[in-house]
Design a protein around this ligand. Structure first.
Ligand code: R5P
Length: 288
C-alpha cells in the first residue's frame, strides 16, 4: 500500500502507475492554530505500508506530516511501515561543525524511528554515512544511472568530456558517473562562506576545450553552481551541462539559472519542481 504526504504527490502517483496499483487514500488538514491532522481513508490492518514524503520546503511541515502518517499507520495496525524519503534535506546537518549546534540529521532520524518507521528508503544523501543515523534498515538508492544515461543521451560523444565535481565532498559521486561515461574527472576546491555564498579556490583537472558535466547531490540557492560554471568557463570549458539529484531551487536559484552560462540544468524528480520555476528559467531547467 502506497500513500503520499503532500510534498511530492506527483512522484507517489508515478510510483503507483509503475507498480500498477492505486495510490492509497489519506487526508491531511491543518487547524487554525497550525496543528496538523492526518487520517487514512481505508484499512491498513496488517498492510505493507509505504509512505512517500520528500523533506522539501516547507521542510518542517513535511517532517511533521511524515511523523503523523507513520504514527497513524502504526496505530491503525499496519504490518510494516516504510518511510520513502526521496530527498532527506537534513542530511546536510551531519556533524557538529560549529559550537552549540544540533546534529539535526540524526535528530530527524530519531524522530522518524520514534514515530514507528520499520524501514527507510532514500536517495543520494548529501553524505552517504548519514544512513548510519538510523537503526532500522535503510535502502540508500543512487541516481547515478539516471544522470549518466541523461548526459549520454544529451551529448553523444560524452566520453570526450569531463565530469566536474563542484567540491571535494562530491568527488566520489562524480567519479562514479565519470566511470559510467568513460570520460575524464576534475574537481573544484571550494570554501563555503555562508548559506548563500561560496568561494572556489582552484580547479584540479583539465577542462580546456572540453564539454564539462557538473554533477552534484542538490541545487538549493544555486550559489555553488554559479561559481562552478563560471570557474569552468574561465578555465576554458567549451560547454557546461549540469545534472543533479535534488532540484530544490530556493531563493535566487531560478534567476541565477536563467542567467547561467550553461546549456542546461537537469534534476531528477525527488523534489517537486513547480512549473513556474521551470518556466522562469526560459527552458534551461528540466526535470528527469
Ligand atoms: C554542498 O556541499 C552540496 O553538495 C551542494 O553543492 C549544495 O548543497 C548546494 O547548495 P547551493 O545551491 O545553495 O549552493
Amino acid at each position: 500500500m502506497v500513500f503520499s504526504g503532500q510534498s511530492n504527490t506527483a512522484l507517489a502517483e508515478k510510483i503507483c502507475q509503475h507498480l500498477n496499483i492505486p495510490l492509497g487514500r489519506s487526508e491531511t488538514q491543518k487547524f487554525t492554530n497550525d496543528n496538523m491532522i492526518v487520517q487514512y481513508s481505508e484499512s491498513l490492518r496488517e498492510g505493507d505500508v509505504f509512505i512517500v514524503q520528500s523533506l522539501s520546503t516547507p521542510v518542517s511541515d513535511a517532517i511533521m506530516e511524515l511523523l503523523l502518517m507513520i504514527d497513524a499507520a502504526k496505530s491503525a495496525s499496519a504490518g510494516r511501515v516504510t518511510a520513502v524519503i526521496p530527498y532527506y534535506s537534513y542530511a546536510r546537518s551531519d556533524k557538529k561543525d560549529a559550537p552549540r549546534i544540533s546534529i539535526a540529521g540524526r535528530l530527524v532520524a530519531d524522530l522518524i524511528q520514534a514515530a514507528g518507521a520499520d524501514r527507510v528508503l532514500t536517495m543520494t544523501l548529501h553524505s552517504p554515512q548519514v544512513h548510519g543515523f538510523f537503526k532500522v534498515p535503510v535502502d540508500h538508492l543512487s541516481s547515478d544511472v539516471v544522470i549518466a544515461d541523461h548526459l549520454r543521451a544529451r551529448v553523444p560523444d560524452a566520453d570526450q568530456g569531463v565530469v566536474l565535481a563542484p567540491d571535494a565532498g562530491s568527488i566520489k559521486r562524480a567519479a562514479a558517473i565519470s566511470h559510467r561515461l568513460n570520460c575524464g574527472l576534475a574537481f573544484i576546491d571550494k570554501q563555503r562562506v555562508s548559506d548563500t555564498a561560496v568561494d572556489p579556490r582552484a580547479l584540479i583537472g583539465d577542462v580546456q576545450g572540453k564539454r564539462v558535466f557538473i554533477v552534484d547531490d542538490e541545487i538549493s540557492t544555486a550559489g555553488s553552481l554559479v561559481e562552478a560554471v563560471n570557474f569552468a568557463k574561465r578555465m576554458g570549458a567549451l560547454e557546461v551541462y549540469v545534472a543533479v539529484t535534488h532540484g530544490v531551487y530556493t531563493g535566487p536559484a531560478v534567476q541565477r539559472i536563467r542567467e547561467l552560462d550553461a546549456v542546461e540544468v537537469a534534476s531528477t524528480n525527488t523534489v517537486l519542481v513547480p512549473q513556474e520555476k521551470v518556466d522562469g528559467t526560459d527552458g534551461k531547467l528540466s526535470v528527469l
